[in-house]
Ligand binder design. Sequence first.
Ligand SMILES: [Zn+2]
Length: 279
Amino acid sequence: MDTSGKRKMGSTTRWLMGLGRKEVPKIFVPCSPNKGSQAVAIRLFDRKGLLGDTGLSALALKTQLEAFFRQMASTPTILPAVKQILETFTFTVSYFDRDPTKQEREDMAVMDFPVYFESTEGPSRITTGSLEELLVFHKIPEKAFVAKQLTDELPPVTLFITDGAGNQSTYKAAEEFVGNETALGLGIPGNYFKPDGVQHICRKLGVIKIDRVVFNIVQARRPQRLLQVLKHELGHMLGLAHIPGTLMDEDYDNVQEHAMYSRFQLQLLSTALTNMSKS
Ligand SMILES: [Zn+2]
């Protein structure tokens, strides 16, 4: 049980190492060049049919998440140049009550954002092994970066995704996420800010623990909670680091206070999207 009463969003601060963890290959073949596409495809995979527990229909989820991404360009504080960039991208949300097929996984391209709905209970619960498999399926590299910017004066800084022990490993951070009962979601980005070729820029993955999202939450508050968690994890998948007092706060209590990314976060998003579309 979580005794702190706090719900943590991500799991990039601590990790629990399983015994006998096998080494997996983390150098993968490149994915295809993007050829200028600006159509972001968010793909939600819910093979266990967990969405019903949140009280949201697939259509309502699609409609509200797409509206959120459309609204990014209309954020009042946004710089005109950033607005202009964001307006050129489209965001489509698709919901599947199944896993992607092997072919669909292999065909995931630069603008595809796969997110899996998982649970931590029952025979098909998420385990360190099953999540590691998912990372390998999606060819997630060992090292990935997130970025943050806090003022106009200072340029953005990039940070490795690490576990709590400081290991620069998406795999160890993911392992930590499974073991952390208070973690609600995981979002792993491609390397949009330190591009090392198309090999890594297209690899990204999101996982939401639906049973933890709705745990002890009254029905009426569940839809909003899932939406906020999705916005947060998609923020990570788009390359954003944790920043206190924003939608990208590590703590859900603060995440729920923010309907939209901050001005600097939108600026970084526009850079990430531009780098993706050009890859
Ligand atoms: Zn987070």
